[in-house]
Design a protein around this ligand. Structure first.
Ligand code: PMP
Length: 397
């Protein structure tokens, strides 16, 4: 039956919902799907790195051997064998992590939401890097914190700057490895100083680490988690080392916090898909990542070099940029008078895209910054895109 003349609903959104905004990046990505656009905008990993055949085989094995378990509801904290694998792989001689400290989440993005949900009240002080991961600012914003930006320099967050702003804060959100958006990493000394300062202040330290495994040279630096497992909340993800489409991440934290996060997760989605957790366990359990991750590092390192070379060749000397040693991003600082948001419109008209830097700042945006991602663009196109951008910037000098 079709109703006659229904009253149109005047949607009365909650105050919380009224504050929600689409991510600037998602909006830009809508434009950049046009095949003629050379996009340095996306934060997407390269699909060339997805082990499609290995995943297909694992789905097959899990469904044929344990199909009924894989297709059933599962526990909120996650699939036991995968939590065990994660706990083992994070444990070091000095810091043993147990599976009870691991909560599986539907992408580490969900972890950010759950953490803010259980730790942040309206007006709570939340400390973030300058700049910080846009998706975290978005996730935390829902709970209406007061963001406090902690100063950074070319080497990332400055631990000595923390003391003066940390009083009464609920948490510090830090990205020690190949940070999104700057590509910077924290030195071992700064990690230790940060962990020590947070421990002294009783301040929970979130270590968000989706890119840690993607170092181009040498082994990744020690995790802050291993320096103080009682005070650090570690967030990992399979998005950048396997595939993001499976939406699988994890939070590692002291057990009382895990219990509270588990309650929040139960209310949100009961649990993360059992099938994908079992498939990922099937893929990683015999050491697949040890052979797979080096192939990702090589690809990203080569493309990073291609971009750094092109930047040196085509960008004017008044522009500076970071030199990442891993991960997916380069951060560019233009002369002060150039607003990268305005530059983007002109760049898109010339079929090149990037993400303007302003949305990555919780406070006092530096509008003359921008983020470039090099992982999904082949080297010849990187060169072509950077050349176009260089010309555009030169036209503004
Ligand atoms: N943290 C950071 C720093 C990220 O860059 C991303 C993804 N862009 C996430 C978290 C979310 O990752 P996931 O796919 O695990 O939700």
């Amino acid at each position: 039956m079709k109703m006659e003349n229904p009253t149109p609903i005047q949607w009365q959104f909650s105050e919380r919902a009224q504050q929600l905004q689409s991510s600037v990046i998602r909006e830009i990505l809508k434009v950049t799907v046009r095949p003629e656009v050379i996009s340095f905008a996306g934060g997407l990993p390269s699909p060339e790195t997805f082990p499609v055949e290995r995943m297909r085989a694992a789905f097959d094995t899990v469904l044929s051997k344990q199909g009924k378990v894989a297709l059933q509801y599962g526990p909120t904290d996650g699939y036991g064998p995968l939590r065990e694998w994660i706990a083992d792989s994070l444990s070091t001689d000095g810091a043993k992590i147990v599976p009870e400290q691991v909560l599986m989440v539907s992408g580490s993005q969900q972890g950010l939401d759950l953490l803010a949900k259980v730790l942040v009240d309206e007006g709570s002080k939340v400390l973030v890097e300058t700049p910080s991961y846009l998706g975290a600012l978005q996730a935390f914003s829902v709970y209406r914190p007061e963001f406090v930006s902690v100063p950074t320099d070319d080497h990332g967050l400055i631990p000595e700057q923390l003391g003066s702003v940390a009083q009464g804060a609920r948490l510090l959100y830090a990205l020690p490895n190949f940070q999104n958006p700057t590509g910077r990493s924290l030195s071992v000394e700064r990690r230790a100083a940060l962990v020590e300062t947070c421990a002294r202040l009783g301040l929970p330290l979130i270590e968000d680490d989706p890119y840690g495994a993607l170092s181009y040279r040498g082994e990744p630096l020690p995790k802050m988690l291993t320096m103080n497992p009682n005070g650090v909340i570690y967030m990992g993800s399979f998005s950048k080392v396997l595939t993001p489409g499976i939406r699988l991440g994890y939070v590692v934290a002291p057990v009382p916090l895990i219990r509270k996060l588990e309650q929040a997760k139960q209310a949100a989605d009961l649990h993360t898909a059992q099938l994908t957790q079992m498939v990922v366990h099937e893929v990683v359990k015999d050491g697949f990542l040890k052979e797979h991750i080096p192939t990702i590092r090589k690809l990203y390192s080569d493309q990073c070099q291609a971009m750094l070379g092109a930047l040196t060749e085509f960008f004017p000397s008044s522009v500076t940029w970071t030199t990442p040693e891993g991960g997916m991003f380069i951060w560019v600082t233009l002369p002060k008078h150039i607003d990268s948001m305005k530059l983007l419109d002109e760049a898109i008209a010339q079929n090149v895209a990037f993400v303007p830097g302003a949305p990555f700042y919780a406070n006092a945006a530096e509008k003359n910054t921008l983020r470039l991602s090099f992982v999904t663009v082949p080297p010849a196109k990187i060169r072509e895109g950077v050349e176009k951008l260089g010309k555009l910037i030169k036209s503004k000098l």
